[in-house]
Design a protein around this ligand. Structure first.
Ligand SMILES: [Zn+2]
Ligand SMILES: [Zn+2]
Length: 143
């Protein structure tokens, strides 16, 4: 299992034409293992004492975003949440569901929504990212 994650990181960095460095590999490993959108703060916590300094984490995430390796998924409480772009198509990321009660966010990769079409002339839509709100199974009283 360990080798496969390692190989995956190697492969993803290679595709993005990014040199493999310790911090890059560590941050990517956290994002891949998280299974949901993750903040820089959560990455630092997860890496504990092995965590690179905050500036390096932010800079690395920005580099990943620029290289298309990672997506900025959404802002919550003024904090960006990041996620590997591997499950997204060029034009669409899977929807995210945020529970209005507990505040947890879930990835909903099985939902594929039709691409929005603008009724207004001149707007060219390149990318669609949908954020859903409601009650999660844990908070839904009808479940
Ligand atoms: Zn909830
Ligand atoms: Zn997601």
């Amino acid at each position: 299992m360990k080798t496969s994650i390692k190989q995956k990181i190697e492969y993803l960095l290679n595709c993005a034409e990014l040199r493999r460095t310790g911090p890059r590999a560590a941050i990517l490993a956290v994002l891949l293992g998280a299974g949901k959108p993750t903040t820089a703060e959560q990455i630092a916590t997860k890496l504990g004492r092995a965590a690179p300094d905050k500036v390096t984490i932010y800079r690395t995430l920005e580099n990943f975003v620029k290289a298309g390796l990672v997506h900025k998924v959404f802002l919550q409480k003024r904090t960006w949440h990041f996620e590997p772009a591997q499950n997204c198509s060029k034009t669409q990321c899977h929807p995210h569901f945020t529970c209005t009660d507990c505040g947890n966010t879930h990835c909903l990769p099985d939902i594929i929504l039709p691409m929005a079409k603008s009724p207004h002339k001149g707007f060219l839509i390149h990318h669609q990212q949908v954020q859903l709100h409601g009650l999660c199974p844990g908070c839904n009283p009808n479940i």
